[in-house]
Design a protein around this ligand. Structure first.
Ligand SMILES: [Zn+2]
Length: 495
């Protein structure tokens, strides 16, 4: 009888926007997702798909799973040091109690920054390696909007990263990582990680070219010529850390020279896409003008406008009122807007009750650049405790929420920050999104997968606010490497 392998699973995840007016503490993790050992649901979350995926492998192989705490905080501002040290120590204590282990599987985000640590995930992986020992295998999944450091590649045996943006492949990413760890544990492969620094930062949606074909290409390379896995770290422009920027990760079956070459070739191909990957970004007035023309011409509705920078998924508050104010001034009708984060206004709507009509001040609280609060007489159309939306196989909380109406403009106010992923954000509140002419959503691109199923026209609006959306001019302090677009020729071709 083969001896069962002991496998520890853990997850600590958030994305830190170091420019955000918010701060992140333990309560933010508890509000979003916090599951003590053994309490992780069967459904995955974005960064914790390693749990259900590991359970599946364990059922088919000789694995004993020991689960640690899994937690996620909606992207926000810098994590306070006490919270980071508590979460880190909690995971290490759980791992210590599980020792000896053969395998550690971690679902991380990769862009967590605390008050005193620029590289929380590198720090964690180093500590896990020290504790688990050099014979243990460590597998980790990352979100591509993260930072890659030597501490991470040195201490992990397998790293996989969501390839898609929208991240519709988060389950596949966990399954792929665990499959490679399993093969390694059986001595059938010997993974070797190569990386390449593309020296750039760019928004890289894979729902459009040229990234669509690039992702298809890197997928086709996997499983051939000794290539086990190819991943792209897009980078996260709102996290001011020394490692900020795009990187390629190629894992080969013990072929470092080929891995290095492939990482370089693919990395330079990615670099060649700079400046061409973003969709057309319209100023708010132009986006509404274009949407109005389409609606007036009886084009297929709903039309969707994404507020791409006031995206809570990028760590800002999600309470900007700039587009909403423009819509109200134009007396828009048959429009629905998701969401504005305002716990105080939601509390007032719950107190007023469904059907109440009242003067309400909401939104525009958390930054000097996200617009003024809105003052309006609103009708409370619905209130929902612990409201949620879907994102692929996962369920994402938006907290106690209120649907208010201002003369035909429906607005969802929420209490747990989340970007908009899916039309269920509307339907779960009682709003039929397919009935509306115009939908406004706060999200950079994750909304695209599900909303493209109900809308033919999707417009992207760039609205100034607290998100540092122009890396050429963002006042970074810790990023000191030369990267595009801060310098035009970071690879020194002209030397
Ligand atoms: Zn991401």
């Amino acid at each position: 009888m083969p001896v069962n392998k002991r496998v520890f699973v853990g997850s600590i995840a958030t994305e830190t926007n170091t420019f955000s007016p918010l701060r992140t503490d333990l309560q933010d993790f508890k509000d979003s997702f916090y599951k003590p050992p053994g309490e992780h649901p069967q459904s995955p979350t974005l960064c914790s798909a390693v749990y259900p995926a590991a359970r599946e492998v364990a059922a088919q192989n000789h694995w004993d799973i020991i689960e640690g705490t899994a937690c996620w905080a909606e992207p926000g501002g810098v994590v306070n040091q006490h919270t980071w040290e508590f979460l880190r120590q909690q995971l290490l204590d759980e791992l210590q109690a599980a020792m000896p282990v053969d395998i550690v599987l971690l679902g991380l985000h990769g862009a967590m920054v605390s008050q005193d640590c620029n590289d929380c995930e590198g720090d964690l992986l180093q500590a896990v390696r020290t504790l688990a020992g050099h014979d243990a295998l460590i597998g980790v999944t990352f979100d591509p909007h993260s930072h890659l450091t030597d501490e991470r590649t040195r201490n992990a045996d397998i790293i996989t990263v969501f390839k898609e943006f929208p991240h519709t492949d988060f389950v596949d990413t966990a399954v792929d990582m665990i499959k490679l760890i399993h093969l390694t544990s059986e001595g059938r492969i010997k993974p070797c990680i190569s990386t390449f620094d593309c020296k750039m930062i760019e928004v890289l949606p894979t729902s459009r070219e040229p990234m669509r074909s690039f992702v298809d290409k890197i997928k086709s390379l996997q499983g051939k010529d000794g290539v086990l896995s190819v991943s792209v770290i897009h980078g996260f422009m709102a996290g001011d850390v020394p490692a900020l920027g795009s990187r390629l990760i190629v894992t080969t079956d013990n072929d470092k020279p080929y891995g290095d070459q492939l990482a370089r070739d693919l990395g330079m191909e990615l670099f060649s896409f700079r400046g061409t990957t973003k969709p057309e970004l319209l100023v708010p007035a132009a986006a509404i003008d274009r949407a109005t023309r389409l609606i007036d011409n009886n084009d297929q509705t709903p039309v969707v406008i994404a507020d791409v920078w006031d995206n809570p998924g990028g760590g800002v508050a999600g309470d900007s009122t700039i587009i909403l104010k423009e819509l109200l001034q134009r007396k828009a009708t048959n429009t629905a807007f998701a969401t504005i984060w305002d716990p105080i206004a939601v509390r007032t709507c719950f107190s007023a009750g469904i059907g109440a009509k009242l003067p309400l001040r909401f939104g525009g609280k958390m930054s000097a650049t996200g617009g003024e609060p809105i003052d309006a007489v609103v009708t409370v159309r619905n209130t929902v405790r612990d409201a949620v939306q879907n994102f692929c196989e996962s369920v994402v909380p938006i907290g106690d929420s209120a649907w208010i109406d201002i003369d035909g403009v429906s607005i969802i106010l929420n209490t747990v920050r989340s970007q908009v992923f899916d039309p269920s954000v509307f339907s779960n509140m009682g709003i039929d999104p397919t009935d509306k002419d115009l939908l406004i959503v706060k999200s950079t691109n994750h909304f695209h997968a599900a909303f493209s199923q109900i809308a033919r026209t999707i417009l992207y609006a760039e609205v100034d606010g607290p998100y540092p959306n122009n890396p050429a001019t963002t006042p970074y302090k810790k990023l000191t490497r030369a990267i595009w677009p801060r310098v035009q020729d970071p690879h020194g071709f002209s030397n």
